[in-house]
Design a protein around this ligand. Structure first.
Ligand code: MN
Length: 200
């Protein structure tokens, strides 16, 4: 089964001014599309063609680098578009309780995520994951993710922040911390809460 680019559920300019429309358009239509196309090319004619993306992630060490890089890129961006939005929500219910239990406050979680993102050298992702029923913050290089069998810290991602320069360079240039400070304005916590409940 060929993998396909998921549509955004909001307009390219929905996250302005925090994430600009041109960045969203290039990021989704070109970068993510390229991961999808290159994943399909890398899988063509192999047994991986019949595996789900999650099955590929769980056994990624058995596949070539092109599957790891582009399969990770496809999975990671699909999550990223989902957890963004312009609804200005806040964590509530069991997710809010779990954040307070694990980190003390929501601000402390944000700080920990931002530190994970700013200290990730080069390109990668900062993650909020569910691991053994608890929330943890981690990061991965390139397009790796915590679902992969090769990840240093494994778990189920419920929130991921892309810290590749292509995610912020047009608006923020080299100022990754400014981008990380702004992105919290456009997190769709209702989606993160649903992913938290599903991961438990
Ligand atoms: Mn990206």
């Amino acid at each position: 089964m060929a993998h396909t680019l998921p549509a955004l559920s909001y307009a390219f300019d929905a996250l302005e001014p925090h994430i600009d429309a041109l960045t969203m358009q290039i990021h989704h239509d070109r970068h993510h599309q390229a991961y999808v196309d290159n994943l399909n090319k890398a899988l063509a004619g192999t047994d991986g063609e019949n595996k789900s993306l999650e099955e590929l992630m769980a056994n990624i060490s058995a596949y070539p680098a092109a599957v790891r890089n582009n399969g990770g890129g496809h999975w990671n961006h699909s999550l990223f578009w989902e957890i963004l939005g312009a609804n200005g929500s806040q964590p509530s219910g069991p997710l809010a309780d779990a954040i307070n239990a694990a980190f003390g406050t929501l601000d402390a979680l944000k700080e920990k995520m931002n530190t994970a993102g700013t200290t990730r050298f080069g390109s990668g992702w900062a993650w909020l994951i569910v691991k053994d029923g608890n929330l943890e913050v981690t990061s991965t290089p390139n397009q790796d993710n915590p679902l992969m069998d090769i990840a240093e810290v494994k778990g189920t991602p419920i929130l991921g922040i892309d810290v590749w320069e292509h995610a912020y360079y047009l608006k923020y240039q080299n100022k990754r911390p400014d981008y990380l400070g702004a992105i919290w304005n456009v997190i769709n916590w209702d989606v993160v809460a649903a992913k938290y409940n599903a991961a438990l």
